[in-house]
Design a protein around this ligand. Sequence first.
Ligand code: ADP
Length: 204
Amino acid sequence: MMTSFIALEGIDGSGKTTQAALLYEFLSSNGVDSILTQEPGGTPLGLSISQFIKSNRGITALTESLLFNADRAEHVEKIIRPALINGSHVICDRFVGSTLAYQGYGRGLSLDKLVNLCDEACRGLYPIINILLDIPVHTLDSRRGAGNRDAIEASGATFLDRVRKGYLELAGRSPSHWAIVDGSQSITEVSIEIQRLVRPYIYG
Ligand code: ADP
Protein backbone atom coordinates (compact mmCIF):
# COMPACT_ATOMS: atom_id res chain seq x y z
CA MET A 1 0.00 0.00 0.00
CA MET A 2 1.18 3.52 -0.77
CA THR A 3 1.28 5.79 2.25
CA SER A 4 1.08 9.54 2.07
CA PHE A 5 2.89 12.34 3.81
CA ILE A 6 0.58 15.31 4.37
CA ALA A 7 1.73 18.64 5.81
CA LEU A 8 -0.38 21.41 7.24
CA GLU A 9 1.03 24.88 6.78
CA GLY A 10 0.04 28.44 7.59
CA ILE A 11 0.83 31.34 9.87
CA ASP A 12 0.57 31.03 13.67
CA GLY A 13 -3.04 30.82 14.70
CA SER A 14 -4.33 29.79 11.26
CA GLY A 15 -5.69 26.53 12.70
CA LYS A 16 -3.02 23.96 11.79
CA THR A 17 -2.90 22.23 15.15
CA THR A 18 -6.70 22.10 15.38
CA GLN A 19 -7.02 20.72 11.86
CA ALA A 20 -4.13 18.27 12.12
CA ALA A 21 -5.83 16.72 15.17
CA LEU A 22 -9.22 16.62 13.41
CA LEU A 23 -7.73 15.00 10.33
CA TYR A 24 -6.00 12.42 12.48
CA GLU A 25 -9.27 11.65 14.29
CA PHE A 26 -11.13 11.43 10.97
CA LEU A 27 -8.63 8.97 9.50
CA SER A 28 -8.42 6.92 12.69
CA SER A 29 -12.18 6.67 12.99
CA ASN A 30 -12.26 5.38 9.41
CA GLY A 31 -9.71 2.70 10.23
CA VAL A 32 -6.90 4.43 8.32
CA ASP A 33 -3.50 3.93 9.92
CA SER A 34 -1.82 7.30 10.44
CA ILE A 35 0.41 9.22 12.80
CA LEU A 36 0.16 12.82 13.88
CA THR A 37 3.41 14.71 14.32
CA GLN A 38 4.77 18.23 14.21
CA GLU A 39 7.77 20.46 13.60
CA PRO A 40 9.47 21.46 15.70
CA GLY A 41 8.68 19.07 18.52
CA GLY A 42 8.15 15.74 16.79
CA THR A 43 11.32 14.41 18.47
CA PRO A 44 12.90 15.05 21.90
CA LEU A 45 15.48 17.24 20.14
CA GLY A 46 12.67 19.14 18.43
CA LEU A 47 10.94 19.73 21.76
CA SER A 48 14.13 21.18 23.24
CA ILE A 49 14.69 23.34 20.16
CA SER A 50 11.13 24.57 20.28
CA GLN A 51 11.48 25.55 23.95
CA PHE A 52 14.85 27.17 23.29
CA ILE A 53 13.54 29.30 20.42
CA LYS A 54 10.43 30.34 22.34
CA SER A 55 12.44 31.48 25.34
CA ASN A 56 15.33 33.15 23.51
CA ARG A 57 14.44 36.33 21.71
CA GLY A 58 16.79 37.75 19.15
CA ILE A 59 18.41 34.60 17.78
CA THR A 60 19.43 35.17 14.17
CA ALA A 61 17.35 33.92 11.27
CA LEU A 62 20.23 31.69 10.19
CA THR A 63 20.53 30.11 13.65
CA GLU A 64 16.79 29.59 13.68
CA SER A 65 16.78 27.87 10.31
CA LEU A 66 19.73 25.63 11.27
CA LEU A 67 18.00 24.63 14.52
CA PHE A 68 14.72 23.86 12.79
CA ASN A 69 16.54 21.82 10.18
CA ALA A 70 18.53 19.92 12.79
CA ASP A 71 15.18 18.87 14.24
CA ARG A 72 13.91 18.07 10.74
CA ALA A 73 16.82 15.72 10.01
CA GLU A 74 16.04 13.78 13.19
CA HIS A 75 12.32 13.89 12.63
CA VAL A 76 12.46 12.59 9.07
CA GLU A 77 14.83 9.71 9.82
CA LYS A 78 13.42 8.66 13.21
CA ILE A 79 9.69 9.32 12.84
CA ILE A 80 8.38 10.21 9.38
CA ARG A 81 10.24 7.82 7.09
CA PRO A 82 9.84 4.78 9.40
CA ALA A 83 6.10 5.48 9.75
CA LEU A 84 5.63 5.70 5.97
CA ILE A 85 7.63 2.49 5.46
CA ASN A 86 5.58 0.74 8.14
CA GLY A 87 2.30 1.53 6.41
CA SER A 88 1.12 4.67 8.20
CA HIS A 89 0.09 7.90 6.60
CA VAL A 90 1.82 10.88 8.20
CA ILE A 91 0.10 14.13 9.14
CA CYS A 92 2.67 16.77 10.01
CA ASP A 93 1.92 20.16 11.56
CA ARG A 94 4.52 22.31 9.70
CA PHE A 95 7.38 21.10 7.51
CA VAL A 96 9.79 22.61 4.94
CA GLY A 97 7.17 25.15 3.83
CA SER A 98 7.42 26.79 7.27
CA THR A 99 11.18 27.33 6.94
CA LEU A 100 10.79 28.87 3.50
CA ALA A 101 7.88 31.07 4.55
CA TYR A 102 9.24 32.19 7.95
CA GLN A 103 13.01 32.34 7.57
CA GLY A 104 12.90 33.03 3.81
CA TYR A 105 9.99 35.36 3.06
CA GLY A 106 9.54 36.47 6.68
CA ARG A 107 13.12 37.03 7.81
CA GLY A 108 14.78 37.59 4.45
CA LEU A 109 17.19 34.65 4.13
CA SER A 110 18.00 33.45 0.61
CA LEU A 111 15.27 31.09 -0.55
CA ASP A 112 17.69 29.13 -2.75
CA LYS A 113 20.01 28.50 0.18
CA LEU A 114 17.11 27.51 2.43
CA VAL A 115 15.80 25.12 -0.23
CA ASN A 116 19.21 23.41 -0.25
CA LEU A 117 19.45 23.30 3.54
CA CYS A 118 15.95 21.83 3.86
CA ASP A 119 16.70 19.33 1.12
CA GLU A 120 19.75 18.12 3.06
CA ALA A 121 17.71 17.89 6.24
CA CYS A 122 14.79 15.97 4.81
CA ARG A 123 16.94 14.04 2.34
CA GLY A 124 14.45 14.59 -0.43
CA LEU A 125 11.39 13.36 1.46
CA TYR A 126 8.61 15.88 0.86
CA PRO A 127 4.88 15.89 1.53
CA ILE A 128 2.72 14.69 -1.34
CA ILE A 129 0.50 17.63 -0.45
CA ASN A 130 0.98 20.77 1.67
CA ILE A 131 -2.34 22.12 2.85
CA LEU A 132 -2.06 25.86 3.37
CA LEU A 133 -4.57 27.32 5.82
CA ASP A 134 -4.66 30.85 4.50
CA ILE A 135 -6.01 33.59 6.72
CA PRO A 136 -5.62 37.37 6.78
CA VAL A 137 -3.37 38.43 9.65
CA HIS A 138 -5.96 40.79 11.15
CA THR A 139 -8.42 37.88 11.53
CA LEU A 140 -6.02 36.27 14.02
CA ASP A 141 -6.48 38.87 16.75
CA SER A 142 -9.78 37.38 17.85
CA ARG A 143 -8.22 33.92 18.04
CA ARG A 144 -5.11 34.55 20.05
CA GLY A 145 -4.89 34.37 23.81
CA ALA A 146 -2.66 37.08 25.27
CA GLY A 147 -0.41 34.42 26.80
CA ASN A 148 -0.11 32.69 23.49
CA ARG A 149 2.54 34.88 21.94
CA ASP A 150 5.91 33.30 21.46
CA ALA A 151 9.07 34.91 20.12
CA ILE A 152 8.05 34.47 16.49
CA GLU A 153 4.49 35.63 16.96
CA ALA A 154 5.78 38.68 18.77
CA SER A 155 7.43 39.76 15.51
CA GLY A 156 4.12 41.36 14.68
CA ALA A 157 1.56 41.76 11.95
CA THR A 158 3.92 43.07 9.25
CA PHE A 159 6.15 40.05 9.66
CA LEU A 160 3.24 37.62 9.61
CA ASP A 161 1.86 39.33 6.54
CA ARG A 162 5.16 38.73 4.72
CA VAL A 163 5.01 35.11 5.83
CA ARG A 164 1.43 34.78 4.63
CA LYS A 165 2.30 36.23 1.20
CA GLY A 166 5.33 33.94 1.06
CA TYR A 167 3.14 30.92 1.64
CA LEU A 168 0.79 32.03 -1.12
CA GLU A 169 3.74 32.41 -3.47
CA LEU A 170 5.09 28.96 -2.60
CA ALA A 171 1.65 27.45 -3.20
CA GLY A 172 1.29 29.33 -6.46
CA ARG A 173 4.65 28.06 -7.69
CA SER A 174 3.92 24.38 -7.03
CA PRO A 175 0.20 23.89 -7.40
CA SER A 176 0.57 20.11 -7.73
CA HIS A 177 1.98 19.90 -4.18
CA TRP A 178 0.04 22.67 -2.50
CA ALA A 179 -3.63 23.26 -1.82
CA ILE A 180 -4.95 26.53 -0.40
CA VAL A 181 -7.84 26.38 2.05
CA ASP A 182 -9.63 29.48 3.32
CA GLY A 183 -8.68 29.26 6.99
CA SER A 184 -11.13 31.95 8.03
CA GLN A 185 -14.06 29.54 7.63
CA SER A 186 -15.46 27.70 10.63
CA ILE A 187 -13.47 24.83 12.11
CA THR A 188 -16.00 22.34 10.66
CA GLU A 189 -15.96 23.89 7.18
CA VAL A 190 -12.16 23.83 7.08
CA SER A 191 -12.03 20.22 8.26
CA ILE A 192 -14.55 19.06 5.65
CA GLU A 193 -12.49 20.74 2.93
CA ILE A 194 -9.32 19.08 4.20
CA GLN A 195 -11.00 15.66 4.29
CA ARG A 196 -12.04 16.15 0.67
CA LEU A 197 -8.51 17.24 -0.32
CA VAL A 198 -6.73 14.27 1.25
CA ARG A 199 -9.14 11.60 -0.04
CA PRO A 200 -7.19 10.90 -3.27
CA TYR A 201 -3.94 10.52 -1.34
CA ILE A 202 -5.49 8.10 1.16
CA TYR A 203 -7.83 6.04 -1.00
CA GLY A 204 -6.04 6.42 -4.35
P1 ADP B 1 -1.99 27.04 14.73
O1 ADP B 1 -1.63 25.61 15.06
O2 ADP B 1 -2.03 27.30 13.25
O3 ADP B 1 -1.16 28.05 15.46
P2 ADP B 1 -4.39 26.54 16.27
O4 ADP B 1 -5.02 25.33 15.69
O5 ADP B 1 -3.59 26.37 17.53
O6 ADP B 1 -3.51 27.29 15.18
O7 ADP B 1 -5.56 27.61 16.49
C1 ADP B 1 -5.30 28.86 17.13
C2 ADP B 1 -6.56 29.28 17.91
O8 ADP B 1 -7.63 29.55 17.00
C3 ADP B 1 -7.10 28.20 18.84
O9 ADP B 1 -7.61 28.83 19.99
C4 ADP B 1 -8.20 27.52 18.03
O10 ADP B 1 -9.19 26.96 18.86
C5 ADP B 1 -8.74 28.68 17.23
N1 ADP B 1 -9.22 28.27 15.90
C6 ADP B 1 -8.68 27.34 15.08
N2 ADP B 1 -9.37 27.24 13.91
C7 ADP B 1 -10.38 28.16 14.00
C8 ADP B 1 -11.46 28.55 13.12
N3 ADP B 1 -11.61 27.99 11.89
N4 ADP B 1 -12.29 29.51 13.55
C9 ADP B 1 -12.13 30.09 14.78
N5 ADP B 1 -11.16 29.77 15.65
C10 ADP B 1 -10.28 28.82 15.28
